[in-house]
Design a protein around this ligand. Sequence first.
Ligand code: ADP
Ligand code: MG
Length: 330
Amino acid sequence: DTVINRIAAGEVVERPASAVKELVENALDAGATRIEVTVSHGGKTLIRVTDDGCGIPGPDLPLALSRHATSKIDGSDLLDIRSFGFRGEALPSLGAVGRLTITSRTPGAEAHAISCTGGALGPVKPAALTSGTVVELRELFYATPARLKFLRSDRAETQAITEVVKRLAMAEPFVGFTLRDETSGEPRVTFRADAQSGDLFDALAGRLATVLGRDFAENAVRLDAEREGVHLTGYAALPTYSRGSSVAQFLFVNGRPVQDKVLIGALRGAYADYLSRDRYPAAVLFLDVDPQRVDVNVHPAKSEVRFREPGVARGLIVTGIRHALADAGH
Ligand code: ADP
Ligand code: MG
């Protein structure tokens, strides 16, 4: 059973950045307005995610660490998914491949903590915490040396973690994010995005300036289009702000970061008249659609989606961006 759990865990947690993604998504699902991530050695020795969300009641801590236990779905309709999590796999997987400690406090109750090491669950103990949740993961993959060997350098893993945090920060402009590196013993802030306010476009523009630079934010056109019940919002950069790689492409479906061939192809298609093959448009695209019309449950770790009618989303992106660029005189 432990072996099966570890194999399953490896599916969800491929590298430190996937652990960070799961933990930050949990914090967002908990309604956090401030999320702090601290890592050491590219997340290999330490990942700590602190949030000011709703917390987990002490008696529920063992449940949060048991496989397929989730508080986010009632079992009646698997497709109606609006929160990030819904499989109840992340925490048990992390507890199977590292030394995991969760400390949490719900309003009006005392704080409690639980630890899980290599899949072995400890008792719930009283703890000290003012509010929210702290999840600490040490020595990731210590129990699976084969997996440990496949990790890349601290620098490369840190880079992947930074990308994950930036992507989620882009998705949630009203939430404040801080990323720290504690490898040297002294925490050092490596990325900070203060919580934005105002309407969604103001907030997005502010967050864009933080994540991609003021230059991009000031040279992007606003997207706001709809087709057959699919909504497109966001910003697309003028062709002159293209990049040599896809690092400045942020795609979200119902608020969830996705990497999807159809959508990425549509983005490229929108700029086909402006850019050569080796240039990548910079854009932040939010597609919102009735969850019944899109399947986000394709793979637990790879953020793929499957639209019931892919042509609608594709057409919306191509024409939405072309019209916005044309309106801006391009
Ligand atoms: P899922 O997110 O798919 O529900 P997880 O294993 O990631 O599964 O988390 C299990 C459960 O633990 C969640 O459903 C939630 O109830 C609780 N939980 C996890 N992280 C947090 C957090 N940061 N704040 C509040 N509750 C949390
Ligand atoms: Mg989760």
